[in-house]
Design a protein around this ligand. Structure first.
Ligand code: MN
Length: 255
């Protein structure tokens, strides 16, 4: 199996090392990742600047460092590392959750989206740490992936569908298993904070307090909050079929 491993935390991040080393047990891994952290860049791509690629030894695996975004890494990988294509794109392990609407901001998820757009089975994986300074427990993510690799990489998914996996940052014995779940609700409140620099000029810092809805049973937020690894099939087709049908039938009624 030909595997591309990437991330949005940069090639030096701890998570991508764990991910690549698990994947290497199951196939040929090539790591193509950003030269620095690019979290929360979403599905952006570099179009106005040249992309530079530097070959590297990634803990014994073939590696490439790219001065671009996760989407750039996937596309550069399909030109430089795997010109004849590959069978699997893995993105992660992200150093934080990608639950609910996080998926729309996430560079980790965007890399999986780009893999799927290229027709490749793609999985985004994130470690759900909720407190600053708490351990990431990448070894738990690694063990879960290792134990579930078989079915995870053989799932029969519809076209344009990829997987978003979130692993609770817990020690392995505390993991309750995994659940197939929908995208939940995780939003930021009071998100822009006004501060002042030493000269009294205002500046703004974006982040805010996270509000989650763990009460929404059957969602990723619910699963992870209850100690389960969440596995969510997400679609690149953003069309709301129900709303579309309503609009079309409404338009017919009006004519
Ligand atoms: Mn990240």
């Amino acid at each position: 199996m030909r595997i591309l491993v990437t991330n949005d935390d940069g090639i030096e991040a701890e998570g991508i090392r764990h991910l690549a080393l698990v994947a290497a047990q199951f196939g040929t891994v090539k790591v193509v990742a950003p030269d620095r952290e690019r979290s929360a860049c979403g599905h952006a791509m570099t179009m106005r600047d040249p992309l530079r690629v530097k070959e590297t030894d990634f803990h014994g695996l073939e590696g490439y460092i790219v001065n671009g975004l996760p989407v750039d890494c996937v596309n550069v990988a399909l030109t430089v590392a795997w010109p004849d294509g590959c069978d699997l794109v893995l993105s992660g392990f992200n150093n934080g959750p990608n639950l609910g609407f996080d998926a729309t901001y996430s560079g980790t998820v965007a890399a999986a989206m780009e893999g799927r757009i290229n027709g490749i089975r793609s999985i985004a994986l994130s470690m759900c740490v909720f407190a600053d300074g708490a351990p990431f427990h990448y070894e738990t993510g690694s063990k879960w992936l290792e134990e579930n690799w078989g079915w995870l990489t053989a799932l029969d998914l519809p076209e344009l569908t990829f997987l978003n996996v979130n692993v609770p940052a817990l020690a392995w014995p505390e993991i309750e298993g995994h659940r197939f779940v929908a995208m939940g609700r995780r939003v930021y409140e009071d998100r822009v904070e006004r501060r002042e620099d030493p000269w009294g000029r205002p500046y703004y810092w974006q982040g805010g307090v996270v509000v989650m809805r763990p009460d929404m049973v059957g969602t990723d937020v619910w699963a992870v909050t209850n100690g389960y690894v969440s596995v969510s099939p997400l679609s690149l087709d953003w069309t709301n079929a129900e709303a579309l049908a309503r609009l079309v039938s409404g338009a017919k009624a009006a004519t």
